[in-house]
Design a protein. Structure first.
Length: 433
């Protein structure tokens, strides 16, 4: 690409970001097919009116601009499938799993990592994901990225950020696999032991900017230790963290593989279980009783199995867990879905590559989830999980204008989600090809 083209592109991007945020503009979308409320049937030939980033009406037929607002800008999506922006409830924008992770930890400054995470955030948005939960990373980087995007300095999805995990010493979510001096240096202030200390850790996370609390009730695949995937946070620690978070108005997401850890977190009142790999009958009962969501992250399982089989950068401890857990994840997801557990969409991108978040939908579909349920999990259900149903998740009057479009209906072929042509976030067009 020529230098002139690059500078024009940069100019255009800046114009799109800044002009739209400074001037109050009305957009009118002519939409061929619209999934206004995922879970319900799509509508044909609709006119969506957007003022100051908010949907002010969705009406039948293609209404001409003159009849609404002569100054408005018409966006022709009359041949497209239009739906609410997708929401990914589990990403890690700080990086991507790969053979260079160890050396990058030594070479890259915090500023380098932040710039890279901004790039990943942009990729995520351009793939049609307008809201994400960033579940575990450096608090300063994650909050700076969230706030920079919210102010319009950077292009990216709306971020609900957890900062560092509230995790127990030596458990998943604590640092591992480094020399002792580095371990000391990198231990987060949210690592805790015992209920009182975990109460402190939760308050600490919220004080410095956490929108949601991420805990790790069981071991994890990517911890370089032989500590397994069983329960790691004790029942009293779980109760204390969750009560403290709820008292301060924050929801709690728990990473959990083994049934004992899933069930303990559910009994303690957790809002979502991430992965849920070994959910058993008791887990399903508890999910239904508490109304907690399962965030399946099938992509994480898919990715680690492939990496364990086809590369050699993983340690023996990680590789063994990857093959076992990754393989079991899908079967357990099928059982939970069939039993009627509420599902919210999440990929664990950062384990998989950023910008490929829609592949999760294809994996869910191949595992037997109905297309309309998948789209609902990534919109209506996700909005409910983050407590933002009044502003996000559907294309209805009064909602924030997070809108995407593609050529074909994902209700007919889930792969349509892999090719997003149009992305609007908060009424700002960030992609239209
Ligand atoms: Zn994760």
């Amino acid at each position: 690409m020529s230098l002139k083209k690059v500078s024009t592109l940069i100019g255009l991007t800046l114009c799109t970001i800044f002009s739209s945020q400074i001037t109050a503009q009305t957009h009118i979308i002519h939409a061929g097919k619209v999934l206004s409320v995922p879970g319900q049937a799509p509508l044909t030939k609709q006119t969506i009116v957007i003022k100051d980033g908010i949907i002010t009406s969705v009406k039948s037929g293609f209404i001409s601009v003159n009849k609404i607002d002569e100054q408005a800008q018409l966006i022709d999506l009359s041949k497209s499938f239009v739906m609410p922006g997708l929401m990914d409830m589990h990403v890690h924008l700080k990086g991507e799993l790969g053979p260079k992770n160890d050396s990058e930890k030594l070479r890259m400054s915090d500023a380098d990592t932040l710039v890279k995470s901004a790039y990943f955030a942009q990729k995520t948005l351009l793939a049609g994901f307008t809201t994400v939960r960033d579940l575990g990373g450096s608090p300063e980087q994650s909050y700076a990225l969230r706030d920079g995007i919210a102010k319009g300095y950077l292009q990216g999805p709306r971020i609900i950020a957890a900062g560092s995990n509230v995790a127990v010493t030596g458990g998943h979510g604590d640092v591992d696999g480094m020399n002792p001096a580095l371990l000391e240096m990198h231990t987060a202030k949210t690592v805790c032991d015992g209920p009182y200390d975990c109460r402190r850790a939760t308050r600490h996370a919220i004080k410095f900017g956490a929108d949601v609390i991420k805990i790790t009730s069981t071991g994890g695949v990517l911890s370089d230790t032989d500590t397994g995937t069983g329960q790691q946070m004790a029942d009293d620690e779980l109760r204390e963290v969750i009560d403290t978070a709820h008292a301060l108005g924050r929801k709690v997401a728990s990473h959990a593989h083994a049934a004992a850890g899933i069930n303990a977190a559910l009994r303690a009142g957790v809002d979502s279980i991430e992965h849920g790999s070994y959910a058993n009958e008791e887990s399903i009962k508890l999910f239904k009783k508490t109304g907690a969501y399962l965030v399946p992250t099938l992509m994480a399982g898919d990715t680690v199995v492939a990496l364990a089989k086809n590369t050699n950068f993983m340690s023996p401890a990680i590789s063994a867990k990857a093959i076992r857990v990754g393989g079991d994840m899908i079967e357990n997801f099928k059982r939970s879905y069939k039993a009627g557990v509420k599902i919210a969409y999440g990929t664990d991108s950062g384990v998989s590559k950023h910008g490929e978040n829609a592949r999760e939908a294809v994996l869910m579909f191949n595992a037997g989830m109905k297309a309309q349920d998948i789209l609902k999990s990534a919109t209506v259900n996700a909005a409910d999980l983050i407590g933002k149903s009044e502003s996000l998740g559907t294309l209805e009057t009064g909602k924030i204008a997070d809108i995407i479009a593609m050529d074909n209906s994902p209700l007919n072929d889930m792969k349509a989600l892999l090719d997003i042509d149009f992305v609007m976030k908060s009424g700002v067009v960030v992609k239209h090809k």
